[in-house]
Design a protein around this ligand. Structure first.
Ligand code: P6P
Length: 338
């Protein structure tokens, strides 16, 4: 077998993190255990009574699908059992989940996650994903606190996503580049398939929900028209690709080049995506892959964070495309993006 498993890769890279003494490796192991279980259920979602809605709504006011609840429970259970975290934050939980057990007494990390992003696509067999962000705790001891999560994205020690698609992939960074691992179900291991991922500086794909066009800032409207113009020199018009599952759109654009934009709209005046467990981890990954992530004005990872489920506009992807979109935002959008 000429594959390198995630476990082998982490041990090899251990030397990069003398301070980690294995905790980070064990933390990634815990996340992967839950990912394999969630992948198994996503893959047979149509076959078992796990589809459909629980009838409840989550803190975002979105209808919760049973697989959301299942995924959330699996990641929380795996992280608690692993003993490496003192608290967890999740899109599915209004408040943080402090972890206070014998095995987590010396835990030094907290994990923020979106356990199943894009879940509205579950019933129609479209790829969904998990997004996670890892910080070193700032509190001194005991169960973690809200303050442990209110750190800028630049403080992340690791971030990643799992995409449950035609194959199950884990893509993560610890600040030393981005590596992608594909799950080999025959051995139940994530194997290195995309070493040192770099996103093209220029791309020809733009991803945005144009159904909201009328409510976009003028800079976004002008950028969309720029993408649609005929211009051989810059290979325009670009292609519009929008799956409605952020992890899937961003994963494709990471590989092929492209830009994903979720700007402010009247329905989401601060943007729709959440800073802590969607935008910051995705920004860490895309920057490590040579791309950019901004609000249309400011670098995502430098945004101050005051609340757990804080939202922000997001322009993320190939650096040349993000720069161009920001130029339109600067020239045409009166509301200077915060
Ligand atoms: P809309 C999923 O709910 C999500 O957070 C992203 O994954 C996705 O890109 C976006 O929202 C879809 O939102 O408003 O276009 O349906």
């Amino acid at each position: 077998m000429n594959y390198k498993t995630l476990g082998q890769f982490i041990i090899e890279k251990q030397a990069d993190f003398p301070f980690a003494k294995g905790e980070l490796s064990r933390l990634l192991r815990d996340i992967c255990i839950a990912a394999k279980i969630v992948n198994r259920e996503v893959n047979k979602a149509g076959l078992v009574e796990i589809l459909g809605e629980t009838g409840e709504t989550n803190v975002q006011g979105e209808k919760v699908k049973k697989l959301d609840v299942f995924a959330n429970e699996q990641f929380i259970a795996a992280l608690k059992a692993g003993g490496e975290v003192c608290a967890i934050a999740s899109e599915e939980n209004d408040e943080i989940i402090p972890v206070d057990s014998e095995i987590s007494k010396s835990a030094r990390y907290v994990v923020a996650m979106d356990p199943l992003d894009g879940s509205s696509n579950i019933d129609v067999n479209v790829s969904v994903g998990t997004i996670f962000s890892i910080y070193r705790r700032t509190s001194l001891s005991g169960p973690g606190t809200l303050e442990d999560f209110l750190q800028r994205g630049t403080e992340q020690v690791a971030a990643g996503y799992i995409i449950y698609g035609s194959s199950c992939m884990l893509v993560y960074t610890t600040g030393k580049g981005v590596n992608g691992f594909t799950l080999d179900p025959s051995i139940g291991e994530f194997c290195l398939s995309h070493p040192n991922m770099q996103t093209p500086k220029a791309g020809k794909v733009y991803s945005i929900n144009e159904g909201n066009y009328l409510h976009f800032p003028d800079g976004v409207k002008k950028y969309i028209k720029y993408c649609q113009e005929e211009d051989k020199a810059t290979e325009r018009p670009y292609s519009s690709r929008y799956i409605g599952s952020g992890v899937a759109d961003i994963h494709r654009n990471l590989i092929t080049g492209g830009i994903y934009i979720y700007p402010t709209t009247t329905k989401s005046p601060k943007g729709k995506l959440r800073l802590l467990y969607e935008c910051n981890p995705l920004a860490f990954i895309i920057e490590q892959a040579g791309g950019k992530a901004t609000t249309g004005g400011k670098r995502i990872m430098e945004l101050p964070i005051q609340e757990l489920h804080q939202r922000t506009p997001l322009f993320l992807g190939s650096s040349n495309m993000v720069d161009m979109a920001m130029e339109f935002m600067t020239r045409f959008s009166i509301e200077k993006v915060s």
